[in-house]
Design a protein around this ligand. Structure first.
Ligand code: NAD
Ligand code: GLY
Length: 352
């Protein structure tokens, strides 16, 4: 068992990483301890996850939503509030998000809103949710105008991460989560990037070690502890995401998963960094090799992405803080005007 503390003063919490945690009964004391004053924990999950694992939580109240990003909406959120009301979830209650990033983001936002905020716990079941979305307190739903536009910072009180859940995760979703693992290695250090590179082939075959997951969580926890609200340092977690979000929007969220789009976005950010002279030559090739080894092979042209980058919620009217790398392990948040970006992208980019 590995425990990572997210040091956020009065909002500090533990991320418990333990392979097989839910095969035994020790999770029960952890959850019931948290829920002691407010009645039993109330579970939010999606149909895929609940069909596979719902029996574990027999006897607890639950709401099960339809799976997928298309169900991270205000209508689905409203149905959750109805379920909270029917089960008389009180101010002292505990919401448990049991699923991937979609369930975590939506249940977390529901907990942030219910009675002006109740506590919640994350039990991530996808690789992406384990290494990224379950930690850090970003919660949201989508609206037609854009992804994650309605949300709140609301930190969980506890995260229980059992990598054994990955045994049933489709391979494509494992690869998608690996994009965030590669991202973490690329912005964290040569050492972590090396660990990711060494694990890439196994990950392509859908096997990811608890120690690699814990290393990613430890890095993210440190960043969040320093900059909870993304005033500065936390922006580095968006490496590959500005291009990635533009790619997702360009294809109407249908061609790529979030992770696949972020992987293609990291290739573009590395190529752009080299062109601008910010990124050490050869970095894009190294990053590209690791993404290839993880089975994340998609390459996208930068052509036509600029209008979508302008629409990104992290862009201002004039430009965007693009996360580039100086080298592996050294991210550089680089403010670029849209005019400068247009010049830099002129003639296209050839992602490695
Ligand atoms: P997801 O939640 O849609 O899960 C992917 C699919 O896997 C779903 O069909 C789900 O039902 C299924 N699934 C989940 N666990 C399973 C398991 N153990 N076995 C079998 N099937 C399983 O997708 P995701 O990639 O986990 O999350 C993507 C979401 O996360 C996006 O909405 C994104 O915006 C959000 N996100 C949030 C943050 C944050 O900091 N809050 C960070 C990154 C991404
Ligand atoms: N996934 C980016 C963040 O949590 O800030």
């Amino acid at each position: 068992m590995d425990v990572v503390r997210v040091e956020l003063g009065a909002s500090a919490y533990d991320v418990v990483i333990s392979e097989g945690l839910f095969a035994g009964g020790s999770w029960r004391a952890l959850l019931e301890g948290l829920a002691a004053d407010g009645g039993p924990p109330f579970f939010v999950s999606d149909e895929h996850v609940w069909r596979l694992y719902g029996d574990l939580f027999d006897g607890f109240g639950s709401a099960v939503v339809a799976p997928g990003e298309e169900h991270k909406t205000l209508a689905d959120l409203s149905a959750l509030f109805d379920a909270f009301a029917s089960s008389r979830l009180s101010r002292g209650g505990l919401v448990v998000a049991f699923g991937g990033g979609v369930v975590g983001d939506m249940a977390g936002f529901a907990a942030a809103c219910w009675m002006r905020g109740v506590r919640f716990c994350q039990i991530p079941t996808t690789l992406l949710a384990m290494v990224d979305s379950s930690v850090g307190g970003k919660t949201a739903v989508d609206i037609p105008a854009g992804k994650n536009l309605v949300g709140a910072f609301h930190q969980p009180s506890l995260v229980l991460c059992d990598p054994a859940f990955l045994a049933t995760l489709p391979e494509r979703e494992i690869r998608s989560g690996m994009a965030e693992v590669v991202k973490t290695g690329a912005i964290a250090s040569e050492a972590l990037f090396g660990q990711v590179a060494a694990s890439a082939a196994a990950a392509a075959a859908a096997s990811v070690s608890a120690s690699l997951i814990a290393a990613c969580i430890r890095f993210k926890a440190g960043v969040v502890a320093e900059d909870e609200r993304e005033g500065g340092l936390r922006k580095i977690l968006n490496f590959g995401h500005t291009f990635g979000h533009a790619i997702e929007v360009k294809y109407g969220f249908s061609r790529y998963t979030h992770g696949e789009a972020v992987a293609a976005g990291m290739r573009l950010a590395a190529a752009l960094g080299e062109r601008l002279g910010v990124t050490e030559k050869g970095t894009a090739a190294r990053l590209g090799e690791v993404l290839d080894a993880c089975g994340l092979k998609a390459r996208e042209s930068a052509e036509g992405l600029l209008p979508y980058m302008r629409g990104d919620k992290k862009s201002s009217a004039d430009g965007v803080d693009l996360v580039l790398l100086k080298r592996i392990g050294e991210p550089a948040v680089t403010p670029l005007s849209f005019a400068a970006l247009e010049d830099a992208l002129d003639g296209g980019l050839a992602p490695a």
